[in-house]
Design a protein around this ligand. Structure first.
Ligand code: AHR
Length: 307
């Protein structure tokens, strides 16, 4: 199965409409749903013919989708890589077919940067650092050990690798911080809950949960409450994303701090697609603007939060 494809109109040549082939990771999180919506709406309002393919979390589906886009001769290919490694061969095929590629949201680890025109998205290492910085401040002046459990994103994905390393880099400066358990929760609510249940059973003394996205944090909150503990108080919680459900839990005091990662990449992506098609030069890296949220800031931001 190569995932579900939707798209309309003919591809490549013949009419003036730009055709964009986009391969999405899947629908694992609230962030991803908002990202897909942003891309679909921006394509429609920019008059770009979008061929959208959902990889259902599998790299092999993305590779197939990209090969289909090449066969159909779309004008531009964009994708959000499920994992960082293993893209050289298929991107070389796109390059040989003269189809520009735009990495969206997530990076790849191939050293050959000529395989893609640009990479638009967040700095995930920075996000991990922001999570660590908050923790360091929160426990400033205290010397007791701080036991941390970590819910990682899907294995091999750039945001999982980078949010882990950015966080680790900051907290290693003080030996009181100890990551006592760290496992993947696949960026989903279901797995976040299940893994937190096992953490709670095996670790009698958890002070902090660091979850690589809101959805896993929200699942973990259910597990913490079911174990008779108070999320946000008995166990402090840091997450990444700032989707509406996460922000609501933050405003309610069940999450203590959220590092924002913006899913609204659609408008900027369509601008880059037009430039790539026109052969104009575009920057190698386009960074997304992001902030962080405390409970008070979440209360303020919630009424106008779109996703
Ligand atoms: O690549 C971005 C990450 O993927 C988001 O933080 C997470 O929620 C999503 O699944």
């Amino acid at each position: 199965d190569s995932g579900s494809d939707t798209g309309s109109g003919k591809s490549g040549g013949g009419d003036d409409k730009i055709t964009l082939g986009f391969s999405q990771v899947g629908a694992e999180s609230g962030w991803r749903t908002a990202n897909t919506k942003s891309i679909q709406e921006s394509a429609a309002s920019s008059g770009i013919d979008l061929k959208f393919s959902d990889a259902q979390g599998k790299q092999e589906n993305q590779i197939k989708a990209i090969r289909n886009f090449i066969t159909q001769r779309v004008d531009v290919i964009a994708f959000s890589p499920v994992v960082e490694s293993g893209w050289g061969t298929v991107l070389k095929e796109a390059k040989d077919a003269n189809i520009p590629v735009i990495l969206t949201d997530r990076a790849i680890d191939d050293p050959d940067t000529s395989l893609y025109k640009t990479f638009i998205g967040s700095d995930f290492v920075e996000e991990g650092k922001k999570a660590g910085d908050w923790l360091v401040k929160e426990y400033e002046g205290k010397s007791d050990p701080v036991n941390i459990v970590e819910l990682q994103g899907s294995p091999g994905a750039a945001p999982a690798n980078d949010r882990k390393s950015g966080f680790a880099d900051v907290i290693k400066a003080d030996t009181k911080f100890k990551v006592i358990a760290s496992q993947t929760g696949q960026f989903t609510r279901t797995d976040g809950k299940a893994v937190m249940e096992t953490f709670l059973k095996s670790q009698p003394d958890i002070d902090v949960l660091y979850a690589h996205n809101d959805d896993m944090g929200l699942g973990a909150i259910e597990a913490i409450e079911a174990a008779g503990k108070k999320p946000g108080t008995d166990i402090k919680i840091i997450t990444v994303d700032a989707v509406k459900d996460g922000m609501t839990a933050l405003a309610d005091g069940k999450i203590n701090f959220i590092v924002e990662c913006s899913p609204l990449l659609g408008p900027q992506l369509m601008e880059l697609v037009k430039k790539a098609k026109a052969g104009e030069s575009i920057p190698q890296r386009v960074l997304t603007k992001e902030t962080t949220f405390t409970p008070e800031q979440a209360k303020e931001a919630l009424p106008s939060r779109k996703y």
